[in-house]
Design a protein around this ligand. Structure first.
Ligand code: FMN
Length: 187
């Protein structure tokens, strides 16, 4: 039985995006194909487009989460974390008694995958590199959140040196992301 994937997409200046645009287009094509097959396996949900004023419809978000097996958070790395709407989303959507705490098991068993583009090259993300910490270390708050919500944390997908990425590199990253998506759908 194919699984469904919810892509929570967050980019505050998507009109200028190259890296996320390349990755998102793969997901959008896949979403269109699944609609054509009458089997909605992939939903791309653009948080900045939906909530330009940061007024998040918590019930609608929770319904979307319940309707999907896999959660993918896709965004550029901003200050070693995510764009601020993602933090707001986490704060208001992952409610006590729903996502965690007493009776909070709504997300139990769903996978959680972070799909990130980073301006810094891979070699800068280690203890003796410019950024001093690895991406895995920097993503610990997200991983801890996933753990508390009883989600299954997956290895993050990272496109490094995103601003220098050539069309070939973007195409290669898009193909890898496509394979990741198919893997999630096929379980
Ligand atoms: C406010 C801001 C903060 C950023 N912080 C980081 C960072 O902490 N680490 C990093 O590697 N790149 C950082 N970048 C670079 C972005 O990650 C990069 O511009 C993005 O991945 C490019 O993707 P796009 O083509 O989809 O916009 C930052 C960019 C902005 C605008």
């Amino acid at each position: 039985m194919p699984k469904s994937v919810l892509i929570l997409f967050a980019h505050p200046s998507y009109a200028r995006s190259r890296a996320n645009r390349a990755l998102r287009s793969v997901a959008q094509d896949r979403a269109l194909r699944s609609v054509a097959q009458d089997r909605e396996h992939v939903t791309v949900h653009d948080l900045y487009e939906t909530y330009p004023n940061f007024l998040i419809d918590v019930e609608a978000e929770q319904r979307l989460l319940l309707d999907h097996d896999h959660i993918v958070l896709m965004h550029p790395l901003f200050w070693y974390s995510a764009p601020s709407l993602v933090k707001e989303w986490l704060d208001v959507v992952l409610d006590y008694g729903w996502a965690y705490g007493e009776g909070g098991t709504a997300l139990a068993g769903k996978t959680w995958t972070q799909v990130i583009t980073a301006g810094g090259p891979e070699k800068s993300y280690c203890s003796d590199g410019l950024n001093r910490f690895s991406i895995d270390e920097l993503l610990r708050p997200f991983q801890a959140t996933a753990n508390l919500c009883q989600c299954v944390w997956q290895a993050p997908f990272v496109l490094h040196a995103s601003r220098q990425a050539t069309p070939e590199i973007l195409a290669e990253a898009a193909a890898k992301f496509s394979a990741l998506l198919e893997g999630l759908i096929d379980g």
